[in-house]
Design a protein around this ligand. Structure first.
Ligand SMILES: [Zn+2]
Length: 543
């Protein structure tokens, strides 16, 4: 009796192999392969976790096929099968394009871009960035499956009885492995369904827009491109631009030597941690407003994004930091009020936090090169920079410093110091690559990290190297010392000689300034005179 029941169950479970094997394979390949094969391989090379993702995708495809097999009558089953394959084929094409042209997979951002009101711009974006080989490759793969399908109509491509039992055994093993590595379910294609069903309205900060009164000196003089590069955990004392004894900033140094880049000394970040610092730097919310008695929240203040949009700038946010969720990410709140935003780091898994900052350059390269020549653009690049773990922030080629380079430091500090300096060196390279995207345009580029890093300089705790602390005076002041620099392209320099004089003067005559007032500096740089009747120069570092 039990044997017959088990046999019956076995037969039902074998149906995907014996009746819809081609569907199973096609679904596995078209709908799920981007998630375990190209994209993770493309981003981080082969590793064992990719196998787990593949196993998870196989189990998922099997479950879908099994459900389809159970549909009755046969006609409905065929319609459902056809519809699923068409959807899988479309997802495949979109993923193929996103991966090979843009370096990321189809996600809620792209869906929003497509679904959003910006349909014209979406088309434009796709048309300039759709290489012909991608169309041909996708069509070729479609053709392959069509041929297989035609063959299957003559000769069944299903597995036989014995092979199906073997396949069922393999499937059980895969299911066990998949359950053991539960995490894979969060990184696979199910993540997309979860994301799409959670698309939230992105106008949170927008509902707090303050509609400031802005006085512009001469609109025709506004620069075409303003670029803000937000770095991560960069302690000024580790920069060769500021006298550090190791060559951590060779590329930026040569820009400074040729008077394209200007560095300012005596600049502090408004807070020693990322979220706090961004709130201050990217809005009119200031340190003095951060009191218990002030009931007005940070997001009720005018944001830099709103100011730029009011001045006619299209705002684009490229991030290699985690998107976070609605409740824990300040960066996300700012990014989502930008006209466009991309979170390029693979999320959901710590295994992916190794996405190199070069993804920012690779992903925006095409976009920046196909800008409307008459428009004004504000780009924000949010880097992973020197975020801990430092040793994961740079590729092997940039491991220039090693323990032996720190003979006067305690032995236990040397490896970490070396990896920190290597991350600064790689940061130097990436920042220059971002700058290079704009060197032939009229552009002004500001680089400012969110905060510094203590790096073993706290005398009462010489082993402490992490972020500064809000409630510890010494660690606070060490943690907010940051480098600050402005790059001006030749076209910008030619068009704005007066501003250039002020920038050069400030480089040679440092003034204590806090990047809390960043919005006023940017307003000053683009030729705004007043915001709500307040002279922006009073808070700009240039005056
Ligand atoms: Zn940070």
């Amino acid at each position: 009796m039990l044997k017959t029941i088990l046999h019956k169950i076995g037969e039902i479970l074998q149906r995907p192999f014996r009746e819809s094997f081609l569907f199973l394979i096609a679904f596995f390949f078209l709908a799920t392969s981007p998630y375990f094969f190209w994209h993770p391989m493309y981003v981080q090379g082969f590793n064992i976790y990719i196998l787990y993702l593949a196993i998870h995708c196989f189990v998922l495809s099997y479950l879908v096929t099994l459900l389809v097999c159970l549909i009755k009558p046969g006609k409905v089953r065929k319609i459902v099968q056809g519809a699923l394959i068409v959807l899988a084929a479309l997802l495949f094409a979109v993923n193929f394009y996103c991966n090979f042209a843009l370096d990321f997979l189809f996600d809620a951002d792209i869906a929003m871009l497509i679904l959003g009101t910006d349909i014209h711009e979406t088309k434009e974006f796709a048309s300039v960035m759709l290489p012909k080989w991608i169309i041909l490759a996708v069509l070729g793969i479609y053709l392959f499956f069509v041929i297989l399908w035609l063959i299957s109509r003559q000769h069944h491509l299903n597995l036989g009885k014995k092979a199906s039992w073997v396949a069922l055994g393999v499937l059980c093993l895969c299911t066990a492995l998949s359950i053991r590595n539960w995490r894979a379910w969060e990184d696979g294609p199910l993540k997309l369904i979860d994301e799409l069903s959670n698309i939230e309205s992105s106008d949170d900060l927008k509902s707090y827009y303050t509609h400031p009164d802005i006085t512009i000196i001469d609109k025709s003089q506004m620069p075409a491109n303003v670029v803000l590069i937000i770095g991560e955990s960069f302690a000024r004392v580790h920069s060769s631009l500021y006298g550090y004894n190791k060559p951590t900033n060779p590329d930026l140094g040569s820009y400074r030597d040729s008077s394209m880049l200007f560095t300012f000394d005596d600049i502090d970040a408004p807070a020693p941690t990322t979220a706090q610092s961004l709130r201050f730097m990217l809005s009119a919310y200031a340190q003095k407003d951060d009191t218990d008695s002030n009931k007005k929240k940070w997001f009720e203040y005018t944001s830099l994004i709103e100011l730029m949009q009011d001045c006619g700038f299209e705002c684009c946010w490229f991030s290699n930091q985690a998107r976070g969720n609605k409740h824990n990410s300040t960066a996300r709140a700012f990014a989502e009020v930008c006209n466009k935003h991309w979170f390029l780091q693979q999320e959901g898994s710590d295994r992916y936090n190794v996405t190199s900052d070069m993804v920012l350059v690779d992903s925006s390269y095409q976009f920046v090169n196909h800008l409307q020549p008459q428009g004004h653009h504000f780009f924000i690049y949010h880097m992973m920079g020197s975020h801990y773990d430092f040793s994961m922030r740079y590729p092997k080629e940039f491991a220039k410093f090693n323990e032996n380079d720190y003979p006067t430091e305690p032995q236990s500090h040397r490896a970490l110091l070396a990896s920190y300096d290597n991350s600064i060196l790689y940061n130097d390279y990436v920042v220059c690559q971002i700058i290079n995207l704009f060197k032939d345009k009229e552009a002004i580029v500001i680089y400012v990290p969110d905060h510094g890093q203590v790096m073993y300089r706290d005398p009462k705790d010489p082993d402490y190297y992490a972020h500064g602390k809000m409630n510890d005076k010494v660690r606070y002041s060490l943690g907010v010392e940051i480098p600050f620099m402005i790059y001006a392209s030749p076209l910008y320099q030619e068009k704005h000689p007066e501003t250039m004089e002020r920038i050069k003067y400030r480089q040679d005559h440092p003034k204590a300034w806090n990047s809390d007032d960043l919005p006023y500096l940017i307003m000053d740089l683009i030729g705004v005179k007043e915001v709500n009747g307040e002279d922006v120069k009073l808070k700009s570092v240039l005056d």
